[in-house]
Structures are given as C-alpha cells and as structure tokens.
Ligand binder design. Structure first.
Ligand SMILES: O=c1nc[nH]c2c1ncn2[C@H]1C[C@H](O)[C@@H](COP(=O)(O)OP(=O)(O)OP(=O)(O)O)O1
Ligand SMILES: [Mg+2]
Length: 198
C-alpha cells in the first residue's frame, strides 16, 4: 500500500497524539505537525469528515509526509448534536475548562434521561496533499453528560462524559482503558484494518 513507518499527525492537540501513538504502537512513528508549523489551519468544513480531510491535506503539504488527521467532538442529544464540529470552539477559544463550564450551564436542570451524548472521531489519512482518495474511518462512543466534572485523566470533555459500560467518567478511566473503548479507538481499529496493520 504505502510506506507508513512515518506519518505526520495533523493535530496540535497533545492528548490526541498520545492516544493515537499508543494505539499504533512501535510500527508507525507519528510526528507532530507542530515540528513543522505552529499555524493551525482554519476548520472551515461543515462536517467532521471535511475538517479531517482539510487538516490532513494541510499537514501533508507542510511536511511532505503522508498525514493522519483526527477531527472529533462531542454531540449532545439535548442540544441537537451541538457542540459537534464546534466542540473545540464552543466557548470561543477559551479552552477546555471554559468549554466544560459552558456545557454544564447549557444542561443545567436537564434530567439524566435527557443527557445522552456521543463522542465522534473521524480519522483521515492522505498519502500526499492532493490525494484524491483519502482513507476515512469513523468511531462513535455513547455516554451521558455528568452534572459535575470528575476525574483527572484524558483531555477536553473527558471529565464530563459518563461511560455507562464502566460506571466511571471518561477522565476516571486509565489511559489504557480509554484507548480500548473510545471513539478514537474504534476509528483506529477500522484504520488498522484498512491498512492491514496488526
Ligand atoms: O477523547 C476525547 N476526550 C475528550 N474530549 C475530546 C475527545 N476527543 C475530542 N474531544 C473534544 C476536544 C475538543 O474540544 C474537540 C476536538 O476538536 P478538534 O478540532 O478535533 O481538535 P483540536 O482543535 O483539539 O486539535 P486539532 O484540530 O489540532 O487536531 O472535541
Ligand atoms: Mg481543531
């Protein structure tokens, strides 16, 4: 297929890099796009797929390497799927803590039964910047939004995401456990199959 011993990860999010590298193991070295550029491309797409492809193309163009991008977010049922692709920008770029505070406020007094949510991850792999056939893999993770933050692991909305199959928040899972069952893990399983990696 392609020589995938080295890939650039089209992400400035250290949490994603850690998780994806752990899932890929030693066979593939992920290099951060931060080694090549600090400029983050504008995420102008209207879908996770469009933004993942846009980020992957941008990173391949800058680095000259095949590029993997992760566009992900949290879709909350009560909010009609918001913040969705705008998850990182939900509180106008003020960061994870502000995003979490805004989400708790938006769901104030909403009962547990109506607090369902999904983490979404789309991985896009391009062989080069103009690749006409990006590989796309999607993963979903169903859970519920807590009434208060809990847990210290992970990043982003993890402290607010209740994982029904484990009875803990996503931030209370060990990194190894999260990497077995998360939206990102499911997308990566599909990518490994597509690439015939073990
Ligand atoms: O496993 C996760 N656990 C908790 N939160 C998560 C997770 N996965 C995505 N998220 C949240 C973080 C951010 O608010 C948004 C992703 O936004 P997204 O644009 O894809 O990533 P980003 O801007 O952090 O880095 P970059 O675009 O450089 O890859 O969803
Ligand atoms: Mg982003």
């Amino acid at each position: 297929m392609m020589n995938l011993t080295q890939l650039v990860l089209a992400s400035h999010n250290a949490g994603k890099l850690k998780e994806l590298q752990a899932m890929l193991g030693d066979a593939v070295q992920l290099r951060s796009i931060g080694e090549f550029s600090q400029v983050e491309p504008e995420e102008t797409g209207l879908s996770f797929v469009e933004n993942a492809i846009l980020k992957a193309r941008n990173a391949a163009r800058i680095s000259g390497l095949p590029a993997l991008a992760d566009d992900s977010g949290l879709a909350v049922d009560y909010l009609g799927g918001a913040p969705g692709i705008y998850s990182a920008r939900y509180a106008d770029g003020k960061g994870d803590a502000a995003n979490n505070a805004k989400l708790l406020d938006a769901l104030k007094d909403v009962p547990d039964a109506e607090r369902g949510a999904q983490f979404v991850c789309v991985l896009a792999l391009v062989r080069h910047a103009d690749d006409p056939l990006p590989i796309l893999c999607e993963g979903l993770w169903h859970g519920r939004i807590l009434h208060a933050a809990s847990g210290e692991h992970g990043f982003g909305y993890d402290p607010l995401f209740w994982v029904p199959e484990r009875n803990v928040s996503s931030a209370e899972l060990s990194p190894a456990d999260k990497n077995q069952i998360s939206h990102r893990a499911r997308a990566m399983d599909l990518l490994r199959q597509r690439l015939s990696l073990k």
